[in-house]
Design a protein around this ligand. Structure first.
Ligand code: ATP
Length: 357
């Protein structure tokens, strides 16, 4: 059963198409993210689902029923915003109770439901606390509890971690995922941060210029991107230019300024003579050359120490900088800036897509 389904959803503002023929389904109880750069249409899409914006075309179904004619307050969806909009003049209990009171539920039921939801988010007994007394992470959880107490079919989350500092954001990523599991409610999450989408989601749609480029599990997007845009946007990657010399068995021989390499030909428009972008992840590249692998020569530009994410930057012949995983345990392999190195990777770890025009 899908809790949410969008078919051919389109939104035009005058001549500009902000959301272009988007279709997807979100299975019940799953965490689905829409990931894309600023301005790609994420918020507009979410506002249509919430009912704040009318689609120019297409349909939205919640639990199998079209909601196009249903006003926002009658759709059983709730929305958490980046600026959480907790009422500062009310205490925590009153904040959470607000929606239930508007629904006219009996007082005793409200108190019981508020206590139960606070228990579920791991903040039992904080009803009397003022909003100002809460930490950033607690405010997040209260904002979610305020929605969840109303038992929505779908919870919409519009970049809710955007205003938090980095450390808290990292922790909240995990907490949100745990909360979603605990409530077993469908979450639709929008973000421009690929690491948030990868960590939390069962499925992710990558959005670019109003369209969905690919829908898949985080693993599918990471290991089998369907377009150069997805390859470049999801996960860290190196990217440089080349031209296809020949193709055999799905492998393209590519001439780059730094030498000839072989990469998986991704997409039907990769053909002999076509300009391509080559993508290879930093963790696929090693110092030295694996058997039957690609190799390029270059010069160490710099060593970037960042714990497990440390990198060596190698400048290859065309001036591009290639990021290579840094062997932290042996102090960067004894390299220093200016050293000549040979880097290599297994052929199947690289892929090429026709260059975006
Ligand atoms: P961000 O992450 O920056 O919020 P987004 O992916 O959520 O971006 P939207 O806010 O949906 O993107 O905007 C998509 C495009 O639609 C933008 O170019 C925006 O300027 C345009 N847009 C949004 N709302 C309107 C409107 N009411 N009238 C005209 N253009 C609009």
């Amino acid at each position: 059963m899908d809790d949410l389904q969008c078919d051919g959803l389109t939104k035009r503002f005058g001549n500009f198409t902000a959301v272009n023929d988007v279709s997807f389904a979100v299975p019940s109880g799953s965490f689905f993210s829409i990931l894309g750069p600023s301005g790609c249409g994420k918020t507009t899409l979410m506002r249509m689902i919430a009912g704040f914006e009318n689609p120019s075309k297409g349909d939205i179904k919640i639990k199998g029923n079209s909601v196009l004619a249903t006003p926002p307050n009658k759709r059983n969806v709730k929305m958490v915003f980046q600026h959480l909009a907790l009422f500062p003049m009310m205490n925590v209990g009153e904040n959470i109770a607000y929606g239930l009171r508007c629904r006219g539920e009996p007082k005793a039921d409200i108190a019981h439901k508020v206590a139960a939801v606070l228990e579920r988010i791991g903040l039992p007994g904080v009803e009397e606390k003022e909003v100002a007394q809460l930490s950033g992470g607690q405010k997040q959880r209260i904002a979610i509890a305020r929605c969840m107490v109303l038992e929505p079919d779908v919870l919409l989350l519009d970049e809710p971690l955007g205003a938090l500092d980095l450390k808290l954001r990292e922790r909240m990523k995990i907490e949100l995922k745990l909360l979603q599991h605990q409530f077993d409610t469908t979450f639709l999450y929008i973000t421009h941060d690929q690491s948030e989408a990868l960590v939390m989601s069962d499925n992710v749609a990558v959005m670019n210029a109003g369209r969905f480029e690919q829908i898949g599990t985080p693993q599918e997007l990471y290991h089998s991107p369907a377009s150069g845009f997805v390859a470049g946007f999801v996960g860290d990657t190196n990217r440089w230019k080349g031209r296809v010399v020949s193709i055999a068995d799905g492998a393209a021989k590519v001439q780059t300024a730094a030498g000839e390499i072989v990469a998986a030909a991704s997409g039907e428009d990769v053909a002999e003579g076509v300009e391509v972008d080559v993508f290879v992840r930093p963790e696929a590249i090693e110092l030295g050359v694996p058997e039957n692998g690609n190799s390029l020569r270059g010069k160490v530009d710099s060593l970037l120490f960042n714990g497990a994410n440390s990198r060596i930057l190698v400048r290859i012949a065309d001036g591009e900088l290639i990021e290579v995983n840094y062997p932290v345990m042996d102090g960067g392999g004894g390299l220093s800036a200016g050293d000549d190195v040979e880097i290599g990777w297994a052929r199947e770890r690289g892929r090429c897509f026709a260059a975006a025009r």
